[in-house]
Design a binder for this molecule. Structure first.
Ligand code: GTP
Length: 597
């Protein structure tokens, strides 16, 4: 295809502002999906995505569209909307020349609208502002068109009004994409350079790599090279999605499509990497490749220890389609054998645990999420601690650095007080407060990531009746007054309950866990002290009183079958007991204490 007839664009929007519905509508209007084949959210392929209405992996689709008798190829690149996947968002944006800025006409601009808009502007994309859901009775397009115009400049009348649901205005929007989005430019006879903006594992075809061609050409059966690793592969199939995969004779400048090389692991085809010809490689890779770093860590354990091999296999499988997932084996006194896993963020953690439960039928327990801390001891040795049990104990601690994020919170002005209170209690520092339009305020804070992973979002939602939206990005590290709190049963630390917390919150954490365990652990033959400690210093204490009664005492010796039943029951119970020192603890107690039930 002649690059002059190609338009590459994406839709950026806050969650629930209707991106998928609009994308589906475009597939219908351009005729590439017949109405009878239309199912809700055609592009969101993963079941979990469809159920939760969130987009996790991006997809690209090519649609024909005629303007003034000329046919154009519109490549729509779907982007994930959530902060956890901002690296994937930025790669998808880098594959486009334009972006539709989609805003719900009954809600106005939200935190992810802004975050994605800034990313789009950084990538020099042409922005097409659009108000969606104008069919809603609550829609106030006049008000929000002013809000958008104030934000990006321009005339409020220039903001298109559409409804993805009814299809109103969508044809005009496609025309505008052709008129406003610049055609791609590239050097046709240079060595090939194609950016990988997505890489998806398919159990039948192996890894499907989605690319945006910048320079040159890629042909079927050609050998290609990944520029970050120098690994070479043969292209078994090359084509475009419209939206089902359709093999082509190759891809040229500005085109968007997919490659299949037979590799089985997405790590061999990484998002952000540059693909080039192996015979005639380009000298410079396209800019912007980084390995996504996990920021949230948690231990994942099977509730039934015999499921451990199944869990290992399941993680191996998920890793094939998710280059950002990390894991290594870990053992815990309380929970047995499991894995310490690293995630991009909380949503990523939730998605993975949900998939493990659902697709692999596993019963799991996860330990409280933790962030990576840089701990330097008095002798100037620094370790990265992603698990409280790795916290250095021998030497004195010189300094602890914790990851910091810069957060943007948008909410109606009535909630400013509640938000400030919450951020303060989470050690936040306010950076700015701005009015966007008549009653919406943007608050900027820097906050420790460790405070955000601990139910911050739920608190924010409940304190603002669901009206606030949040977005954040990493902003380096800062020293924090952090300590490790251990929970001891009869003097022995129970690893799964150790936590790294701020000094001011250590006491609250210690008492809470000690009380929970006192309620959950059954009495033993002897008294069991439960203590919370920072190093050797005890900060809280509870105790479980000794038990006297013999289980068989109530049987009076008469009924032998009853006696046997009781003994058997006791034995069954024993199987799920964990020993901490001399203390016998049913695993359920640990699980309940961790899940806070
Ligand atoms: P993410 O994939 O999570 O980013 O969500 P999304 O932006 O793709 O939103 P989605 O298309 O799933 O729509 C969210 C909700 O808004 C759904 O309940 C849709 O039915 C509804 N919706 C989408 N477009 C319209 C519209 O034009 N009018 C009305 N009334 N409802 C709409």
């Amino acid at each position: 295809t002649d690059p002059a007839r190609i338009r590459n664009f994406c839709i950026i929007a806050h969650i629930d502002h209707g991106k998928s519905t609009l994308a589906d509508r475009m597939l219908g209007i351009t005729g590439i999906v017949a109405d009878r084949d239309m199912r809700a959210q055609y592009l969101d392929r993963m079941d979990i995505e469809r159920e939760r209405g969130i987009t996790i992996k991006s997809q690209a689709v090519r649609m024909p569209w005629q303007v003034d008798g000329e046919t154009f190829a519109l490549n729509m690149i779907d982007t994930p909307g959530h902060v956890d996947f901002s690296y994937e968002v930025s790669r998808s944006l880098a594959a486009c020349e334009g972006a539709i800025l989609l805003v719900d006409a009954a809600q106005g601009i939200e935190a992810q609208t802004l975050a994605n808009l800034y990313l789009a502007l950084e990538n020099d994309l042409e922005i097409i502002p659009v108000l969606n859901k104008i069919d809603l009775p609550a829609a106030d397009p006049e008000k929000y068109a002013r809000e958008i115009a104030q934000l990006i400049g321009g005339d409020p009348d220039d903001v298109l009004r559409v409804s993805g649901k009814t299809g109103m205005g969508v044809e005009d929007l496609l025309d505008r994409v052709v008129q406003r989005v610049p055609a791609p430019v590239g050097v046709a006879d240079a060595p090939a350079r194609a950016m990988i903006f997505d890489s998806v594992y398919d159990s039948y075809r192996g890894v499907v790599t989605y690319v945006r061609m910048v320079d040159g050409k890629l042909d079927p059966r050609e050998r290609i090279q990944m520029m970050s690793t120098k690994a070479t592969h043969e292209i078994l199939e090359i084509g475009v999605s419209s939206p089902e995969p359709k093999p082509t004779k190759g891809l040229g400048v500005g085109e968007v499509g997919y490659l299949i090389t037979g590799v089985k692991d997405v790590r061999q085809s990484k998002v952000g990497d540059t693909v080039t010809n192996s015979a005639k490689p380009a000298s410079d890779a396209l800019p912007g490749y980084t390995d996504p770093l996990p920021m949230v860590f948690s231990g994942i354990y099977p509730i039934d220890g015999s499921d451990y091999p199944v869990l290992r296999e399941a993680l191996d499988k998920l890793k094939l389609s998710d280059a950002a997932l990390q894991y290594e084996p870990e053992t815990s006194v309380a929970l047995g054998f499991g894995f310490r896993c690293g995630f991009l963020g909380l949503l990523h953690l939730e998605i993975i645990t949900e998939r493990l439960r659902r697709e692999f039928d596993l019963d799991l327990i996860t330990t409280a999420p933790s962030v990576p801390y840089e701990v330097t001891t008095e002798d100037r040795k620094t370790v990265t601690v992603t698990n409280p049990s790795e916290y250095p104990t021998g030497a004195k601690i010189h300094e602890v650095l914790e990851p910091i994020v810069s957060a943007s919170i948008l909410a109606p002005k009535d909630y400013v007080g509640a938000i400030m209170e919450l951020c303060q209690s989470r050690r936040g520092t306010m950076k700015s407060m701005d009015y966007l339009g008549e009653d919406r305020v943007e608050l900027k804070y820097t906050l420790p990531l460790g405070e955000i992973v601990f139910d911050f979002f739920d608190q924010l939602k409940s304190k603002t009746q669901g009206y606030a939206s949040l977005d954040y990005e990493p902003a380096g590290e800062a020293p924090g007054d952090l300590v490790k709190v251990d929970i001891l049963l009869q003097g022995e630390a129970v690893d799964a309950f150790s936590a790294i917390v701020h000094k001011d919150k250590a006491y609250a954490y210690g008492t809470m866990m000690a009380q929970r365990l006192r309620e959950l652990i059954p009495r033993q033959q002897f008294e069991v002290p439960i203590q919370a400690a920072i190093g050797a210093r005890i900060i809280a204490r509870e105790s479980i009183r000794a038990m006297r009664k013999d289980v068989l005492a109530k049987c009076y010796g008469g009924d032998i079958t009853r006696k046997r039943k009781l003994l058997e029951k006791q034995k069954e119970g024993k199987k799920r007991m964990k020993m901490v020192g001399r203390v016998e603890v049913p695993q359920e107690a640990f699980i309940a204490a961790l899940s806070g039930d």
